[in-house]
Write a protein of this length. Sequence first.
Length: 193
Amino acid sequence: MEEAKEDKRKVLFVDAAHFVMGAYLTCLWCITRIFIKTSSGRQRYNVLGALDIFNQELITVTNSAYINSFSICELLMKVSNKYSNLNIPITLVLDNARYQRCKKVIEFANECNIELLFLPTYSPNLNLIERLWKFTKKKCLYAKHYTKFDDFKESIDKCLGSVHKEHREAISRLITPKFQLFEETKLKKEIAA
């Protein structure tokens, strides 16, 4: 992270979000019952993203089917093409999804000269792009009804497309590279001795 702050390395946080067209409710307190429209079916819009938290650049791969190893390789190619002229190391921070840890993805990342840094299991709080997905749901999906799937996708794409422009200030407050570090505990030292 220190190298990324000094522009000596690109660090991108990678994850997939699966937005299902339906009701995204917020809190509603009401004396009378209110019926809220929702879409029928379970159409899903998948967004695989790589976010540079220092300048809010977002690279995405989207589809309505599945995110798999082919999607990851497509994202790796986009990242490689975008940053190949910088001549600095590129690191992608990922969770432990099976399709991200497979041999095909690891080999392709090596071909593209991209380092993959896998987070510890069950630690989504360390993957900062998770905060972007929450922001996206809140901004364009909560308490909104879309009758057409194309309108649903367009709303998500518009929100994500304006991350580094219109929403830059909100994103920079929400996604910060500050992690709380803990010193080695006394108990851990005693166990090690």
